[in-house]
Design a protein around this ligand. Structure first.
Ligand code: TXA
Ligand code: MG
Length: 328
């Protein structure tokens, strides 16, 4: 795309947002479905398109730390340090909301979630729009997040006025959500920015909120059934995965496998995807691989448990939800 046609597209996307339309745009984590965060009518449209309960809060995306300040009533001490270190990037900060923030953004809570995404198209769009863009992941409620423009087009068709195509997302799973609203630093949703990186710059302990016990209303991403393919998915240690695979195949089932090992014992009834033992790489491909295995319409998807190290916690979290998310 030439520079001027890209410029035109950004201008058009910003104009559509200003007119209350929905625009999908790439971020470094996943594609977002954007609406003007100060326009209640646009926010209603956003919730309707996603099929998401309106009590669930959304993240406001802004062009920089200065713009973020306009959405909060007070700045936590750690804000500046974290913004300098991690923005633009895959970290969302939850802070006390400014009064003007619409209830549809906060789900009626007294906090607001803010993030400066790192994808160049997202930053250009936010700069051209000159406001906050409320953007959940551009998938229907409870489904896999999109990491390519085509995923969004397939999911929403005409319900979205424009999809900006920025290629495949580089990070691949949703941002780390850090709650700074009550004087501490608490991870509400783990991601590729990990607790120790935050602790390193803040010099205070960062706690991680156990996803299983999170109140569903406060962090709907914590509903166990989020981020799910339609095909039943099992997260298993390697030995068990092999046993299950053999049982299912013997019973006449077709299975998809996501494993670190080289395909073994494989024939027509098994679709094997071998992943590299590299957390960044694994996260980047995770949703595309799950989507691919899901679209094969087998009876089961079997996923080998990844390592337990900190860099894999966000990946574990998404895989556990995917495993919980289907009842077929
Ligand atoms: O990487 C991301 O964060 C992507 C891209 C598009 O930026 N967005 C994303 O949005 O994952 P969504 O809506 O799918 O997930 C946002 C999560 C939800 O679990 C929501 O409950 C939580 O953020 N959230 C939003 N506002 C909050 C608040 N004030 N307090 C606690 N959690 C909040
Ligand atoms: Mg989502």
């Amino acid at each position: 795309m030439s520079d001027s046609s890209e410029r035109n597209l950004i201008e058009r996307a910003a104009a559509l947002l200003k007119a209350g339309e929905l625009v999908s745009f790439p971020t470094e984590t996943v594609y977002g479905l954007g609406a003007d965060a100060s326009n209640p009518e646009a926010l209603r449209k956003l919730y309707a398109a996603k099929g998401r309960p309106s009590s669930h809060p959304v993240i406001v995306h802004v062009a920089g730390a200065e713009q973020a300040k306009q959405w909060v009533s007070s700045l936590p001490e750690s804000f500046t340090i974290l913004a300098e270190r991690f923005w633009p990037g895959p970290l969302t900060m939850v802070m006390p909301r400014a009064e003007h923030v619409p209830d549809q953004v906060t789900g009626g809570q007294d906090t607001v979630a803010l993030r400066v995404p790192a994808h160049p198209l997202a930053l250009e769009l936010l700069a051209a729009f000159e406001g906050g863009v409320a953007a959940p992941s551009a998938n229907r409620f409870g489904r896999l997040s999109p990491t390519k423009a085509d995923d969004v087009r397939r999911e929403f068709g005409d319900a979205v006025a424009l999809v900006l195509d920025g290629g495949p997302c580089a990070v691949g799973i949703e941002s780390t959500i850090l709650d700074l609203s009550s004087g501490t630093a608490r991870i509400l949703r783990p991601g590729m920015v990990i607790a120790s990186q935050i602790e390193e710059v803040l010099g205070i302990e960062v706690t991680t909120h156990a996803a299983e016990t999170a109140p569903a209303l406060r962090v709907p991403g914590s509903l166990p059934g989020h981020y799910a393919p339609v095909t039943p998915l099992m997260l298993l240690p390697w030995e068990e995965l092999q046993t299950k695979m053999r049982q299912f195949v013997a019973a006449g089932s077709t299975v998809g496998v996501l494993s670190f090992k080289t395909a073994s014992d494989v024939h027509g009834a098994v679709n094997w995807h071998q992943a590299r033992l590299d957390a960044d790489d694994y996260a980047q491909q995770l949703y595309a691989v799950l989507r691919k295995l899901d679209q094969l319409h087998g009876q089961y998807i079997l996923v080998e448990e990844p390592p337990r190290e900190a860099q894999w916690i966000g990946i574990h979290d998404r895989l556990r939800r995917a495993a919980n998310g289907n009842s077929k």
